[in-house]
Design a protein around this ligand. Structure first.
Ligand code: F6R
Length: 613
């Protein structure tokens, strides 16, 4: 949700920043801009994608020489996408500039105050207020710029990751964070700042993750970290284990397709070292000190948003079946604003691909304050949610860049299944033979996913048939009800077709009224404990002339006779079946979106990581 990138060092800064913005574009793409020191402090910005900005700057290449530059790609919150609302923003004197990711909640009051003091504003954004405030403090307190930033931070309410550039301080970058991510890359005689590590890894793998209420100052080729109380701390330098290949498209037309096809590998990586059926081994290394809290939990509360919430719904079925621990699944955005009842003995499991979703982070902070033990299930190593959790398990799915989440969902369900099976085994709520069977099933996931992906041509043909539909209904039961929700979400977000997911039996209570010969109905109808029931639901759709696309178990006969299209997926034990059945739905949404000419990796109005409320 807004991407920020900055560089200072011995190289030409603009090419590094523009390339970084392209890597960060999945975070927002409604406008982009840069600021650099080329004889003065100059800002160039443009509505639209980073490519639009680059086109604008093509003619100004000779002006862009600087060793210090910062850039921003925006996902609008306050103020429509436009040139004037694009970042960076100047201060009143135009001597300082800011790029900001987050929301300043008290910006109206601050703006009024600044206006009364003679400041003139040039945008509708909350971010511009921030830089006016910093300059106001700077001028009125006769302090250093870094102190002015620090004091201004105590006056704003909200979330931010900011970088500041000043015309009077060449080679200096000041950054700060609260609630929005910021990482600093440390090279030899050069420094990078960015919303995540993707623009940095090409140059260095040594990074420092800034914590909330910390300020980073790069000047005289030195990095200093201090907190809002002016206390200096030693930067904790981490080595990143991220390959450049993993953040590039690698020959695929879109990141989403690459990530769908990567799933045999991402699940292999997710299982690596954790499962060994031959020796009956199942271990999540990140869960140690608090393992007993999980095993003896009275209740487990899952929190997450979007696709991660769907993974939590699957986990509810798995945990209850295996561990016999009562489970609740909560939208993080609702949970955080209730006054949820948390007892001693309750455990909260937060699920988040990015590890930066603002609502999920706030939900766990609330639960923590009420005494809950928090486990994080995140993909991004070192992310805010991972760090705010007591313990957890990473997905190890590799970077997910396509805005529509695909490989993260399958890895989330895999990790959560491992967690449930591990607890159940320790608690003795599953038999030894069931445990063994499940370990074998887990190990077979990558090859079964591979086999499912071979169906892509069939799914493409089906997509052609339905690409002009205006609505879709997705139905599933039991473990595959959340898959129906996930399939509908994927279609909505990248193809803009209205789609609803329902538990198949709920159809009679309303949605069946929607069915006519125009309505495609995707039914996940595997040969599992709900099979007979879902066959009846398919009959009900057929009787109303709905067009049926059924995801079935290989060798299926009965449904083949009543469905318009069947997609046969490999047989797998029921609790793990969502990891397989979701794959044709990911492909269906992908192909339909491409056929409709939609921008699959950058769907309208969306951004990858929702770091604002
Ligand atoms: C859907 C999608 C979103 C995310 C949601 C949570 O394809 O990507 O619904 O799942 O914004 O994001 P994370 O998992 O990063 O917390």
């Amino acid at each position: 949700m807004c991407g920020i990138v900055a560089y200072t060092g011995y190289r030409e800064a603009y090419p590094i920043v523009i390339k970084g913005l392209k890597r960060l574009e999945y975070r927002g793409y409604d406008s982009a801009g840069i600021a650099l020191l080329n004889g003065g402090l100059n800002i160039y910005k443009k509505k639209g994608k980073v490519a639009e900005l680059e086109k604008l700057l093509e003619e100004k290449k000779d002006e862009l020489h600087s060793h210090t530059c910062m850039g921003h790609t925006r996902w609008a919150t306050h103020g429509e996408p436009s040139d004037r609302n694009a970042h960076p923003h100047y201060s009143n004197s135009r001597g300082i500039a800011i790029i900001h990711n987050g929301i300043i909640e008290n910006y109206e009051a601050l703006k009024k105050d600044m206006q009364m003091r003679g400041h003139t504003f040039h945008s509708d954004t909350d971010s511009e207020v921030f830089i006016h405030l910093i300059e106001d403090v700077y001028e009125n307190n006769q302090c250093s710029l870094e102190d002015a930033v620090r004091i201004a931070l105590t006056m704003v309410v909200g979330a931010y990751a900011i970088v500041i550039l000043s015309k009077d301080h060449p080679g200096q970058l000041i950054a700060a964070r609260k609630g929005s991510p910021l990482v600093i890359g440390i090279g030899k005689d050069e420094f990078f700042m960015a919303s995540d590590a993707t623009p940095i890894i090409e140059y260095t793998n040594e990074v420092v993750y800034l914590n909330d209420f910390e300020i980073a100052i790069v000047k005289n080729n030195t990095l200093t970290i201090k907190n809002i109380e002016d206390k200096i701390s030693t930067p904790y330098i981490q080595k990143l284990d991220l390959e450049l290949d993993s953040i590039e498209k690698g020959g695929y037309p879109h990141f989403m397709l690459k990530e769908i096809f990567e799933q045999p590998k991402s699940i292999t990586d997710c299982l690596r070292g954790r499962v060994k059926s031959a020796s009956g081994h199942l271990m999540l290394g990140g869960i140690r000190q608090y393992a007993n809290k999980l095993i003896h939990a009275d209740r487990i509360i899952f929190v997450g948003c979007g696709t991660s919430w769907h993974a939590a719904l699957v986990a509810e079925y798995i945990f209850e079946e295996f561990t016999r621990i009562p489970v609740e699944v909560e939208y993080a955005s609702e949970f955080r604003y209730r006054n949820p009842i948390i007892h001693e003995g309750d455990v909260v499991i937060a699920i988040s691909q990015s590890g930066e979703t603002a609502d999920t982070l706030a939900a766990i902070e609330l639960a923590k304050a009420k005494g809950a033990i928090i486990f994080g299930v995140c993909n991004v190593v070192g992310s805010s949610i991972a760090r705010a959790s007591h313990e957890g398990a990473y997905l190890h799915a590799g970077p997910e860049i396509g805005v529509a989440s695909t490989k993260a969902f399958t890895a989330q369900v895999t990790v959560l299944a491992m967690m449930a099976i591990m607890i159940a085994h320790k608690k003795g709520t599953i038999t030894e033979s069931r445990y063994q069977e499940l370990l074998v099933d887990l190990e077979q996931l990558p090859s079964k996913i591979e086999k499912t992906l071979q169906l892509h041509k069939l799914v493409e043909t089906i997509s052609e048939e339905f690409k002009n539909a205006r609505n879709f209904l997705y139905l599933g039961r039991g473990y595959n009800f959340p898959v129906a929700l996930e399939g509908a979400l994927k279609l909505k977000e990248i193809s803009y077709i209205h789609a609803e997911g329902y538990p198949a039996a709920e159809m009679k209570h309303g949605p069946i009224a929607l069915i006519d010969e125009e309505m495609p109905v995707v039914v996940i109808a595997l040969q599992d404990s709900s099979y007979e029931k879902i066959v009846s639901n398919i009959q009900e759709v057929r009787a109303r002339k709905g067009r049926i696309i059924a995801i079935v178990t290989e060798g299926e006969e009965q449904i083949r006779k009543i469905a318009d299209f069947v997609i046969e997926v490999p047989r797998i034990s029921e609790p793990l079946s969502p990891i397989i059945s979701v794959i044709p739905l990911q492909l269906l949404s992908y192909y339909i979106a491409v056929m409709r000419g939609c921008n699959v990796d950058q769907p309208r109005n969306l951004a990858k990581s929702v770091t604002v409320e």
